[in-house]
Structure formats: C-alpha cells, structure tokens
Design a protein around this ligand. Structure first.
Ligand code: PEP
Ligand code: MG
Length: 747
C-alpha cells in the first residue's frame, strides 16, 4: 500500500476524530462525517444508513443525495443494494449499480444519476449497525485501496455508534446499548427473575479507535501478541490440558496467534490510522460476520477460536476484564455465550438467573441450573453483544423471554407476575406440613429431586418426605478428574445428615448421552441418548461403579441406604448391578467396616422394555422409579432435547397412560413399591392423573411440591379415574382436555 494512501487515510480519520470530538448534536456529527468522507474520497455522494430496528435501515445522513430524503428513505434488510450489504455483511462494489441484481432505485433520493456504488457494512462484533455508501457519476470500480479505506472508516463509525456519538435530536437514533431489547429464547429452567446483568466475559469497550502514531500502536500490538503467544504456550504445556479436546483448541489458538495473515491485516489497519485495539476488533468483526455464513461445523469452531483469541488480545491491550475491576451486582443475572457446569457451580446460588446465547435443554449448564433452581433461558441470539454489565434485566423462564433494559410498563407487569407467584407460594406454605391426602382419603408421598448438597436446605421448606432422586452425576460433571472415594463418601454422608433421617434415594452415575464427564474420553456416537450411557457404562467400567458403591455404603455409617440404578433395559442388567452392590457390602463387612442397617436396591424404569420384563425382575427389585423423561422419549421415539419434537406428544396421551397403568398393575401384583421421578411428576395435572392411575409416590423439583399437594388435597381420585376412563372410552388421544374441563367445573 503506497505511503501517501496510508497518510490520506490517517488524515481522514484524524478529521473524523475532530468532528466527533466537537460538542455537537448527533445529526450534525453525521452530516459532517458524510461531508468529510465524500471530500476525502473525491466522490459526489456519501451516505450513512443506520438500523431503525432490526429489519429496517434508514438514510440518516447524506452528502450528495437529496437532503429531503434523510430520515424518510427506508429499506428492509436485504432490500436493494444497501439492504444486501447489511444482510450479507459484505462489500458491494459496482461500476454500474443500476444494472446490479437487486438494485432498487429510491426516487426521492435522486440517486438515478450515479453509476458507481460502493457499500460497506457498519458492524461491530457481528452486530449489524448500518451501511456506509459512496457513489459517483462516472462509471468506475473502486480500487481495493479505497474499499479498504472505507472499511476502516466504517469500523470507526461502528465504535462511535456504540459509544452513543450519534444520539440526540434529529438524529433519530439512540445508542444501541441504551434501548430496551427483548430476546426470545427457550426455557432451560422455569422461574422468573429480576436483576442486573453480570457478563461472564465482560465486553471490552474501545474508547480510542483512532490513533495518530502508527509506530507506537504497532509496538503495542506486537507486545500484546507476544504476551498472548506466551500465555497460550504456557497453557499448552501445563499439565491440566491433557484433555484432547482442550489441547486441540489451544493448538488452534497457537496457530492463529502465529498466523501471518491475521497479523498483517491488523498492521495494515494500524497504518491506516486505527488504534491497536480497534484493529483487533475490526478483524474480529470480519471473522464474526463470516461465522454467520459458514455452514461447515469445523470451520465455525475455528472461527470461534479466533474470536476467543481476539477477546484475549483485547483484554491484554485494554486491561479490561482481566481483573476484578467491576463489582458483581447484588442481584446478578449471568449472561454468557455458553458456560461449563464447573464454572456455573462456582457462581452457585449467588445468581438470580442465567441467560445463554447457546446451550440446550439437556446441556450440563441446564442440568446444573435446574439443580440450583435458577431460572435459565437458552438460545437467546446475540444477547452477549447487546448487554452491558449492570443493565437492568428481567428473565421470564416460564416463557423463555428476556427483557433487557425494560421499559417501566414491562417492569410493572413483570413484578405483578412475581407477586402472584409469591402469593401462590404462600398458599402452598400453608399446606406444607399437611399430608397430600385426597378428598377420598388416598395419601400420596411427595419427594423431591436433588443433585447438589445445596439442594438439601429445600427439604425442610418444601414439605417433601425425603429425596426421591439424588442425581449423583453432578459432582462428577463439575470436576476435572474422577472424585476420590473418600470425598464422595463424605459428601453423601453430609447429604444424609442434612436429610435428618428422611429417606434419600441415591441414583448411581447416569453419564453418557448429553452428560459427558470432562475427564472421560468422548466417544462419538450416532445416538448418544440410546448409546453407551448410565448402567451400560457402569457395567463396562466396573472400577468407577464399585468405587461409587463403596462410597455410598461408607457414607451411611450404619444408617439405612437406598440405591437405584438408572436406565435398566433388561433384567440381567439389574441383576448384575445389584450383585455388585451385594459384593461390595460383603467386602466392607469383611474389612470390618460398619455397613448400613438396611439396604434397598431399586431400578429406574426408563425404557419401555422394562415394563415387559419377567415377573422375577419385579420380585427382585425393592422398589421401582419411573424415569418419565427418558421413558417418554423412548416410548414416543421423540428426543427430549429436540425442541421440534419435544412437546409433540402429550404425557397424558392415552397410550402413554396405558403404559403407566401396566407398570402400576405389574408392581401391584408383586407388591413392589413404585414411584415416578421424571419432570412430569411436578406438574399438578400430570401428578393428579398419575395418582388416579395408582401411583402412590411422586418425586419432583422442590418448588413443585406445593402446587401438586394443593391440587391433590382438593381432588377426589375416584372421580378423576372416571374422567380418564371416559376420555379413553370416547377415543380421545389425550385425557388432558377432559381433565381440564372437569377441573374447571370443580373450580
Ligand atoms: C428421567 O429420565 O425421568 C430421570 C429422572 O432421569 P434424568 O432426567 O436424569 O435422565
Ligand atoms: Mg433418565
């Protein structure tokens, strides 16, 4: 690039900075900028289009087009050449614009006389902000150099938009981080929360995009990149990164950190007049824009790596986000692109809510959020870009909606909703210590599901009779290595202490499927939910299973112990697992250790096949617990994590209820205690229906016990049974409508 071009570019940026530094209104600034650019690039037209809302671009300033059109001419995303630049986040450079595919002429602007067109996106880290356009009468293609110069200017405009430089009267634009925004995602964990944003990875703010002295900026960049390389090398050689996947990511980091292309582009940006951090951000923005359009998963991951690396570099350059500079608000709502279970556990219950850009219903983070009973909304696209630390935020985990910087009316409606929920909670508190006895005298035992020590305090407050399902995998998921037996025993023991004599049913490890342990080699399976998981892993890797069983036996310190094995699909598996437990008991006795005074060994019924197991199976099990989440997904062949099919089949579908009925009958024949511990047990209507079908024990989230108990105490199961039979006789697909009608009549 010729030296004079570089200095031209620097001169323009210098003038831009002066214009921006002046204490003028947003519109005046925009007008000045278009004038400066048109002059400097010797084009007749320069226009700035900014987003009015996510779908609409508006002409906000122009030099050369009809000034009357400013704030009047609008186009939709994708419409005309300007709309296309924005939509595809790419440059359009045409010598004969009217002949271009998709050209749409806006008569009010008077642009018909301009033949050549150059449009570049104004974007910041993947966030579309607008389009910067130059046009001229003579038909010519703009040189690579000119395109580049305009991109650099667009970068500065993006930064200034971010900082709110164009806010104010007439400009009709608010700073992007001051406007209310609503995000629609998916429910990860129900519940509502009001609080303030706490970014897991705080956003770096570049306050000085333009720099005068390229030499010193270059030196800053080189120094920062050196620092970055050293830190990546250190990570790579550290013992902690023996994990293959992490190792691969770090190697990709190193590759980028040493990449000449990346470095050269940033050097050129600096030569054009950008500061070191603005140069890093410009390349990051380009990579993010590319990320959106790349269909290849591998390439996407690499671009993601580059993005992470750029963030690290920005933190080194600005010193932001590396220290404990910002203080966590007292009512933090965590926002992250994604987060691991360990990191989430570190935050623990201090969080009011969690919002993730990615994540899935069955992800580790979701499992932990559920265990911690923190409202979670997942798949909220681009929220990490939109949110700033300390922003007010409302999380509606019932609907999967997040309101960022909400307006007053939204806040008050939201608070009303919370008050209503609190009132309902108070009503539930009134029945907390009463039995879940129906009006026809049936008593249903209500237990709670847990997975963390931190869940135990809910035991007393919820009115649960005990823990019907203690998911033991969370302690494993949160660690980088297999936990030691003594640590596990101590933890299980504390769980029993906290339960103070109430029954706790420990479920042995259910790993595999979506729950992959950080220290286990990942096995790629076509259908992990139906793959090598739970008891299948336990029976094949006996070491871990035996270690866990020993820990459970020791934790009891002589108290009664209840253990259940997950995902049993055939009798033999239960027999083998049970035998391991009996062997371990023998061994402990031989070693002279105290053994539990009583041991109950149960099975989870999570596959339809087990409902048809030989009678011997039902005789041998001390109890059976229906894992409805899995049972339902396999019964209907509908993935519980797939949002497209997850809700397609109703739990109250007559076929599913027939299966439940069959399990109830078989357990009655052999006198085997039966319970239900899937999520559906915590839904009042489902719980009512299961009770009417003969289930006498349900295990659910602690917060569900109140609502379930309240409904059971008001209902007559004999009548409910008649409603169910009536719906079935009438050939209904689901008994829900009939049950709802009946409930409405009951008021
Ligand atoms: C179930 O499948 O219903 C169950 C309780 O187990 P998990 O949700 O942990 O798979
Ligand atoms: Mg299950």
């Amino acid at each position: 690039m010729p030296e004079n071009r570089e200095s031209e570019s620097r001169k323009l940026l210098g003038r831009l900075r002066d214009a921006l530094a002046e204490d003028s209104a947003g519109q005046t600034r925009l007008d000045k900028i278009t004038h400066l650019i048109a002059n400097s690039m010797q084009t007749e037209v320069c226009s700035i289009y900014l987003f009015r809302d996510v779908e609409t671009l508006e002409l906000c300033a122009t030099e050369g087009l009809n000034p009357e059109a400013v704030h009047k001419t609008r186009m939709r995303l994708g419409e005309g050449l300007v709309g296309r630049v924005a939509k595809q986040s790419r440059v359009i450079n045409s010598a004969d614009a009217p002949k271009e595919h998709g050209f749409r002429f806006m008569p009010e602007t008077g642009e018909e006389i301009y033949s050549s067109f150059l449009g570049v996106p104004i974007q910041r880290l993947g966030e579309k902000l607008g389009v910067l356009v130059v046009q001229s009468k003579t038909s010519r293609t703009y040189s690579e150099d000119e395109v580049y110069a305009l991109e650099v200017v667009a970068m500065v405009l993006a930064e200034m938009t971010e900082l709110g430089a164009f806010v104010g009267e007439g400009a009709a634009l608010a700073a992007p981080h001051q406007q209310p925004a609503m995000f629609k995602g998916l429910v990860g964990q129900e519940g509502t929360a009001e609080g303030h944003v706490w970014l897991h990875e705080p956003r770096v703010v570049v306050t000085n995009p333009i720099a005068d002295d390229p030499e010193s900026e270059l030196a800053r960049l080189v120094e920062a990149v050196d620092q970055l390389r050293v830190s990546v090398d250190e990570l790579l050689s550290s013992a902690k990164t023996k994990d293959k996947e992490q190792f691969e990511v770090l190697q990709a980091y190193r590759m980028f950190a040493n990449s000449r292309g990346w470095m050269r582009r940033m050097e050129e940006d600096i030569a054009r007049g950008l500061s070191a951090e603005a140069a890093v951000e410009k390349e990051q923005s380009t990579a993010r824009a590319r990320l959106e359009t790349v269909p290849d998963a591998y390439l996407r991951e690499r671009l993601q790596d580059l993005d992470d690396l750029s963030n690290r570099l920005l933190r080194i350059l600005t010193g932001q986000g590396t220290s404990t500079g910002a203080e966590m608000p007292p009512d933090p709502i965590l926002i992250a692109r994604n987060i691991g279970p360990g990191e989430l556990l570190d935050y623990g219950r201090s969080l009011r809510g969690i919002v993730l850009e990615e994540g899935s219903v069955g992800s580790h983070a979701a499992i932990v959020a559920r265990a911690l009973a923190i409202p979670l909304v997942i798949q909220t696209r681009s929220i990490t870009n939109a949110a700033l630390n300390g922003d007010a935020i409302l999380v509606d985990g019932e609907q999967g909606i997040v309101h960022l910087r909400p307006e007053e009316s939204i806040v008050s409606a939201f608070r009303d909703k919370i008050i209503m929920q609190t009132e309902a909670q108070q009503r539930y508190a009134g029945v907390r210590d009463l039995p879940a006895q129906t009006t026809d005298g049936q008593v249903i035992s209500l237990y709670m599901n847990a997975g963390l020590m931190a869940d135990l305090p809910s035991l007393a407050g919820s009115g649960a009779e005990g823990v019907g399902l203690f998911r033991t995998e969370l302690q494993f998921l949160a660690r980088n290595q297999v936990p030691a037996r003594d640590d596990l025993a101590a933890l299980y023991s504390r769980v029993m202490d906290a339960a103070a004599g109430k029954r706790v049913i420990f479920r042995t490890l259910d790993i595999g499927s979506d729950k992959v342990l950080p220290f286990m080699r990942r096995v790629d399976e076509p259908n992990p939910a139906m793959g090598w998981r739970a008891i299948r892993v336990g029976l094949d890797r006996k070491g871990i299973m035996r270690m866990q069983l020993q820990a459970l036996i020791r934790s009891a310190k002589g108290r009664p112990l209840s253990v259940m094995f997950p995902f049993i699909a055939q009798f033999e598996e239960f027999k083998a697992a049970r035998q391991h437990l009996l062997d371990e008991l023998e061994r402990e006795k031989r070693l002279g250790h105290v053994v539990p005074e009583k041991v109950e060994i149960g099975a989870m019924l999570e596959t339809p096949s087990l409902a048809f197991a030989p009678r011997h199976f039902f005789e041998m099990t001390d109890f059976i617990s229906i894992g409805g989440n899995d049972l339902k997904q396999f019964f209907f062949a509908a993935d519980r994590e797939n949002e497209r099919v997850r809700r397609r089949y109703d739990t109250l579908n007559v076929s599913f209820l027939n299966l439940i009925g069959q399990i109830v009958r078989r357990c009655e024949e052999t006198g085997t205690p039966l319970s239900f511990c899937g999520e559906d047990a915590g839904r009042p209507i489902e719980a009512l229906c299961f009770s009417a079908m003969g289930l006498r024990s349900l295990s659910m989230r602690p917060a569900s016990i109140g609502p379930v108990k309240l409904l059971l105490r008001r209902s007559n199961l004999e009548e409910v049974r008649k409603v169910i039979q009536g719906a079935e006789a009438a050939g209904e697909q689901s008994v829900r409508p009939a049950l709802m009608d009946w409930l409405a009549q009951q008021n």
